[in-house]
Design a protein around this ligand. Structure first.
Ligand code: ZN
Ligand code: ZN
Length: 270
């Protein structure tokens, strides 16, 4: 099936600074502001993707033999979908000023495991896929930043791999108390395909900030002392290894957050 998809022109230049999210426990359930990222028209012809999509709708919203119009909206960390008609989608494409009448559904149809997974363009919140999505308070006044960043494709899951010169969009969080996740904590670094991945990174960040993942421990430098002592004995002189906090500041999470913060400031000024 060919879904008629249109990204809103310059969609990711609207970054909604100061946006507020609503929480229910650790889950995000809403936001004060949304932007429109793309519009879709799902054709009427019977098809596997269409059939799967219809399964995700309430029975009273299923319209056999009629095309569907969809408007996909997102905030920094949340997303929702407007179900409407192709005529109203066309009108919005002509004049993207006011949202037409529609029914709000939570979540985009291309989320992981969704009916349109892999069929829609990938999106980022920030124009270059680099910026701060949110900052929350962690244990003992720690700051936990949720941010988008880019990394060489080859280094997505192996930070020591030979670069291939092509960038991948990623999303993760960073805690300035324990400097986690570390470069090898791969489960916490997510390929950033759209709002669904940003949402998951925010969930991980909140688990960390509340201490529910049990990972927020301040590095004690003991590991470095052992390595440094062994290395010193081998070389016959004293070798000092950098503490985790200082490598992080130089090249890992802290450095990425600094870069993301700079990119966000630039946009706020534009
Ligand atoms: Zn921490
Ligand atoms: Zn750090």
């Amino acid at each position: 099936m060919t879904i008629d998809v249109q990204l809103v022109r310059h969609y990711n230049r609207t970054v909604l600074p100061g946006n507020n999210h609503t929480y229910n426990g650790r889950r995000i359930v809403g936001a004060d502001m949304f932007r429109v990222d793309m519009t879709l028209i799902v054709p009427a012809a019977p098809d596997e993707v269409r059939a799967q999509f219809e399964k995700s709708l309430l029975p009273e919203h299923v319209k056999p033999g009629e095309p569907y119009g969809l408007i996909l909206m997102s905030s920094q960390l949340f997303d929702c979908m407007y179900l409407t008609t192709p005529t109203l989608v066309e009108a919005y494409r002509d004049k993207p000023i006011q949202l037409p009448q529609g029914i709000v559904y939570g979540g985009w149809p291309n989320a992981h495991g969704g009916p349109m997974e892999g069929l829609l363009p990938e999106t980022t919140w920030f124009p270059n896929g680099v910026g701060i999505l949110d900052e929350i308070e962690g244990i003992d006044g720690a700051k936990v930043a949720i941010y988008e960043y880019t990394v060489d494709k080859a280094q997505t899951y192996n930070h020591r791999a030979e670069p291939v010169g092509e960038l991948a969009n990623m999303v993760t969080y960073h805690c300035d108390r324990c400097h986690r996740p570390a470069p090898f904590d791969l489960r916490e670094k997510i390929e950033n395909r759209g709002p669904n991945e940003r949402y998951i990174a925010a969930l991980d960040a909140r688990n960390h900030a509340r201490g529910t993942d049990g990972h927020c421990t301040v590095p004690d430098g003991k590991m470095e002392q052992v390595v440094s002592r062994v290395a010193s004995e081998m070389h016959g002189c004293t070798i000092e290894l950098p503490a985790p906090a200082s490598t992080c500041a130089a090249e890992e999470g802290c450095a990425q957050v600094r870069e993301a913060r700079a990119a966000t400031m630039l946009l706020a000024r534009a």
